[in-house]
Design a protein around this ligand. Sequence first.
Ligand code: CP
Ligand code: NVA
Length: 308
Amino acid sequence: MPHFLDIHTTDKFALRTMIDQARAMKEARNGLPKATPDAEQPLKNHMVALIFEKPSTRTRVSFDVGVRQMGGQTMVLSGSEMQLGHGETIADTARVLSRYVDLIMIRTFEETVLQEMAEYASVPVINGLTNRTHPCQIMADVMTFEEHRGPIAGRKVVWCGDGNNVCSSFLHAAGQFGFDLTFTGPEALDPEPEFVALAREQGSAIEIIRDPARAVEGADLVVADTWVSMHDSQSNRERRHNLLRPYQVNDALMAQAKPDALFMHCLPAHREEEVTNAVMDGPQSVVFDEAENRLHAQKAIMRYCLGV
Ligand code: CP
Ligand code: NVA
């Protein structure tokens, strides 16, 4: 069953094919009104369930629009309104949903929920973010980098801040797409050692450098994310802010990277916290291209899962 659960568990060749197909599908639409159907309708007669146990703007809207452009239909479900939120097991939910829909996308907390959904569903399951990873985002990010700067292989990406779920998927992508990644942030928020080791085994140079100015030297891409993720306890907010403040991406930090370095953020951003307005709205920022490319990348991911 071709689920899309994570970047490191998806075939490298398939990942490349998805990026290339996403770019081709984007070009084929070339400024068409958003509701215009794609010339090809690969999801015609397909029903897709989009389950959210956490808030979302981009994931929710981009999946919904993507399915509709490809001729399919969606239903958006909030976890708390399903029996899932009232004790029905994930396995039973997966079995039941598989009788109604052709594809399930789920955004949840624990990775085990995603895994159980995939194990018991008889239709493909897509990871729309867990506490541990966010693979759809990084597919869009790889696509965005390559649109602006050509192949990402061999490039240097610098992750600034919290070694969180988005950082984990960036590490997976480093191994699979062949780029290097430097993490700069406080030791207490280091990325998962297992994922660092995996990317290194795959041949990527993964460095951990505490000094942000030194870390971004030679960077082709600088990336930031929120200092407090949806699954983080608000009681740790102040501690996290204090630890992460030195890693804010601002003009002074961007000046240490390559002159043509790009800036990315998966959004939502907390302006003037992890990134300044000047960088977010500056010439190196491609944050809204990233957001747009969620749509195109996920359309290719869904086609991969459904084999259409
Ligand atoms: N980047 C991202 O996944 O955004 P949403 O939380 O709005 O879906
Ligand atoms: N790290 C963030 C990403 C949001 C898209 C979170 O998990 O809240």
